[in-house]
Design a protein around this ligand. Structure first.
Ligand SMILES: Nc1nc2c(ncn2[C@@H]2O[C@H](COP(=O)(O)OP(=O)(O)OP(=O)(O)O)[C@@H](O)[C@H]2O)c(=O)[nH]1
Ligand SMILES: [Zn+2]
Length: 207
């Protein structure tokens, strides 16, 4: 990774935050794209756009430079052995096929095996895993695997529902479509009533 200070942009009026992302390189690429689509990157309205887009990509892909498992390593021990569910964790990610956003909610349920984490840590994991070029299936699996590996849970259920801009604003253009993915591990894979319980807690009567 390159050093952060060297990536500050000259056109950037805002203070430069430390990032391992090569901002000037993104700026050059965005200028190229603007020119390629037939725009004038030097006209007033676009002059700051390459720097803005560079900062935006640094934010949207910040999860490439962080390790989500650190959040789960701050666990505490608790005798509770029923399901914990954090639902409706809003996220935005970028589909790796088109680099367009997919936006939705993640629901994470787990049955602890002695190790319990602060609820915010589950949302932090979602934030970091989603801020990468992604496909929804992989994101779902990655979250489930992290809980298995770090907390050694008895079971984990991750359900993600999202709307993909690459399906709504271009191509097939189906704005109402939603993609739902799930990863059921341990108890939630082997025990039908646990699986059914988590789905009822997530969706209630909506099922
Ligand atoms: N399985 C899966 N597919 C995705 C996801 N995000 C986007 N896609 C799909 O990725 C596919 C890429 O298909 P391609 O045929 O290579 O690209 P394309 O010609 O732009 O496809 P169309 O969208 O059908 O116009 C599309 O079907 C997208 O809907 C995702 O998270 N999971
Ligand atoms: Zn896509």
């Amino acid at each position: 990774m390159s050093s952060s200070a060297s990536n500050c942009t000259s056109e950037d009026e805002k203070p430069c935050e430390a990032t391992p992302v090569d901002l000037p390189r993104i700026e050059r690429a965005v200028r190229e794209i603007l020119t390629a689509v037939g725009e004038d990157p030097d006209r007033e309205g676009l002059r700051e756009t390459p720097a803005r887009v560079a900062r935006m990509y640094a934010e949207l892909f910040s999860g490439l430079h962080t390790d989500p498992k650190i959040h789960l390593q701050k666990f505490f021990t608790e005798k509770y052995d029923e399901m914990v569910l954090v639902k409706d964790i809003a996220f935005n990610s970028m589909c790796e096929h088109h680099m367009l956003p997919f936006i939705g909610k993640a629901h994470i349920g787990y049955v602890p095996n002695g190790k319990v984490v602060g609820l915010s840590k589950l949302a932090r994991v979602v934030e970091e895993v989603s801020h990468r070029p992604q496909v929804q299936e992989r994101m779902t699996e990655q979250i489930a695997d992290l809980l298995i590996q770090e907390l050694e849970v008895k079971g984990v259920a991750v359900v993600i529902e999202a709307s993909h801009s690459c399906m709504s604003i271009r191509g097939i253009r189906k704005p109402e479509s939603m993609c739902v993915t799930s990863a059921m591990k341990g108890l939630f894979r082997t025990n039908l009533s646990s699986r059914s319980e988590v789905m009822t807690l997530i969706y209630g009567d909506r099922r």
